[in-house]
Design a protein around this ligand. Structure first.
Ligand code: NAP
Ligand code: MG
Length: 483
């Protein structure tokens, strides 16, 4: 019998009424543990505890808050190998990516530790003489964090760290596919000098615990990362209570390859953008828009590169593409491969189950060519190691194609033309634009977010996070008579 893990509610480890099993997607015989599922009463207790603790946390001095965040960040970075191994074991990304994600999660905490001391306001003279105005940010209150499985610790950290830095309390509902990293981060937070209830972990099904959490009138803000359909439900629940909400969702990110591109740069960016994280990234390059003059050359090199990628268990030496996260996701990916074929796309490589020594959800990286924007594989987010090549005849057509989805998270262009790069930066309808770089891969100290169906509400990360995690108070003070 493997180990059981509890929720962290009101400063206590709390067993669930039920629990779920967490299995390694690289090896179905490896059970990582059993994870508590909160019931409605436990969730309500977490929300109540957060409400009660928040004023005390907000009243703590800035240096105390800074010290807590710094300590969490340092520990994550120091334990990146150990926790990265656990992350790769539960989620399936290759070890280098798992370790890198844990380290990055630590950087979110150390970045926001420093931001604790940079919470400066603004002041102004009133238009009415003798009155002074100041504007300062106050915590928004209790923040519900709902996070996905594909970056189980980084995504949560880029929400939890600013929430705490700006004096809020947190109730975190992580994805049920990746509870081990949720418990690991919580265990670190549980040892910090935080008022009991400031931070709570409530694992459980999204449709029950998640839904009840976002419907609660006792929370002040919801930060969500996940799929568009769930995001829309959360927005509706938030509006019903006039709860502040921020959503980061799916995308259909284009990488444009122009006829003047350095094809080495283009192929490297396409392979990394399409297949790192097994293609399970909101920033994945799922549409490769290629100028006809370099199309055949690019495709040949892309396919050779995809075929050469080593698919295998996340923790095996040399693995470049780990397993798909779950059996359900694998079934979905296989359906998209079938759909692409039935729509008339040509599968040039990949899309096959890969036999390995252990029983896992291994799928070889797939490249479709001969596709057009009328196909569903170019309209729907697949979240899979599958990419599609679109042939275009001009820069204008490339730009129009890049912008032809309802999404707009990231986009990229590979070109040696300054004029085209400059034009694309300005006219790409997306939140993040990459020039001669993969569409995936962002920093932690600058804004992250998208347009259209990819995002809703204020931006995340960097100093932009303050917009969501605080509310502004404007104070008018009559100066009075000094005599
Ligand atoms: P998902 O199904 O939308 O789930 C995301 C989170 O919401 C999970 O914690 C889930 O819990 C929870 N949830 C599900 N139903 C809910 C409900 N009715 N009310 C409240 N919470 C609910 O997405 P996923 O399958 O985990 O992740 C893949 C998706 O995330 C992709 O579409 C991808 O594009 C997106 N994503 C976006 C970004 C970004 O920054 N834009 C980053 C990463 C991923 P359970 O899983 O436990 O059910
Ligand atoms: Mg899900």
């Amino acid at each position: 019998m493997s180990e059981s893990f509890s929720n962290w509610i009101a400063g206590e480890w709390t067993a669930g009424a039920t629990s779920i099993e967490n299995r390694n997607p690289s090896d179905g015989s490896d059970v990582i543990g059993w994870y508590a599922q909160a019931d409605a009463g436990q969730l309500d207790r977490a929300i109540g505890a957060a409400r009660a603790a928040q004023p005390e946390w907000a009243a703590r001095g800035l240096e105390q808050r800074q010290a807590v965040l710094e300590s969490v960040g340092r520990e994550l970075m120091d334990r990146a190998v150990e926790l990265g191994t656990l992350l790769s074991r539960e989620e399936g990304k290759p070890f280098a990516e798992g370790k890198g994600e844990v380290y990055r999660a630590g950087q979110f905490f150390t970045y926001y530790a420093a931001e604790c001391l940079r919470q400066l306001g603004e002041n102004a003279d009133s238009v009415r003489p003798g009155i002074e105005i100041d504007m300062r940010r106050e915590p928004v209150g209790v923040v519900a964090v709902v996070s996905p499985w594909n970056f189980p610790v980084a995504t949560a950290s880029w929400k939890i760290a600013p929430a705490l830095a700006y004096g809020n309390a947190v109730v975190w509902k992580p994805a049920n596919l990746t509870p081990a990293l949720a418990v690991a981060l919580t265990e670190i937070l549980s040892r910090q000098d935080l008022p009991a209830g400031t931070f709570n972990l409530v694992m459980g099904p999204g449709s029950e615990v998640g839904q009840r959490l976002v419907e609660s009138p006792d929370i002040d803000a919801i930060s969500f990362t996940g799929s568009v359909p769930v995001g829309k439900r959360i927005a509706a629940a938030a509006v019903a209570n006039l709860t502040k909400v921020q959503l980061e969702m799916g995308s259909k990110n284009p990488l444009v390859v122009m006829d003047d591109a350095d094809l080495d740069v283009a192929v490297k960016a396409a392979l990394a953008g399409a297949f790192s994280g097994t293609g399970q990234k909101c920033t994945a390059s799922s549409r490769l828009i290629v100028h006809e003059k370099v199309h055949d050359d690019f495709v040949e090199r892309l396919v050779a590169g995809a075929r050469a990628m080593k698919v295998g268990p996340a923790l095996a030496e040399g693995t470049e593409v780990g397993p798909v996260v779950s059996a359900d996701q694998l079934a979905e990916d296989l359906r998209y491969l079938e759909l692409g074929r039935s729509e008339g796309a040509e599968l040039l490589c990949g899309g096959e189950r890969v036999p390995c020594a252990t029983e896992g959800h291994f799928l070889s990286p797939a490249v479709f060519a001969g596709t057009d924007m009328g196909m569903r594989i170019n309209q729907e987010e697949m979240f899979a190691p599958i990419t599609a090549v679109l042939r275009v005849g001009s820069y204008e057509e490339a730009l129009a194609t890049a912008n032809a989805t309802p999404y707009g998270l990231t986009s990229g262009i590979v070109t040696t033309s300054l004029a085209r790069a400059t034009h694309f930066r300005r006219h790409s309808r997306s939140g993040c634009v990459m020039v001669n770089l993969p569409t995936a891969g962002t920093d932690y100290h600058v804004a992250f977010g998208g347009r259209g169906d990819s995002s809703y509400g204020p931006r995340e990360q960097g100093r932009y996070a303050a917009e969501f995690y605080t509310t502004v108070k404007t104070v008018y003070a009559a100066a009075g008579d000094p005599a």
